[in-house]
Design a protein around this ligand. Sequence first.
Ligand SMILES: [Zn+2]
Ligand SMILES: [Zn+2]
Length: 94
Amino acid sequence: MALKEDVDTEKHRAMIKCPYCYEILPSEENLRCPHCLQFIIDTVIRTDFPSLDKKHCLFCGKKILLEAKICRHCKRWLDEIEQAAKDIDPEDLV
Ligand SMILES: [Zn+2]
Ligand SMILES: [Zn+2]
């Protein structure tokens, strides 16, 4: 069984990150992300390393994590833009 592994992982405890803005969460009991203020209804992200890559929010221009789906500054969802970008035929841009 995986019981022994669970004990071993305590040495380097995996970080938990918000599934929306990908910022690190202080504790797993969070019902609401303190960064993007979203209620966490999806499962949190578990990882051993922090996100380092940043991008600029398309709405407010501030730096957010590359994986972020929501801007922690202006609280706007970035999916809308990505969705719109998908609708554009790349050949139209040539
Ligand atoms: Zn968040
Ligand atoms: Zn923003």
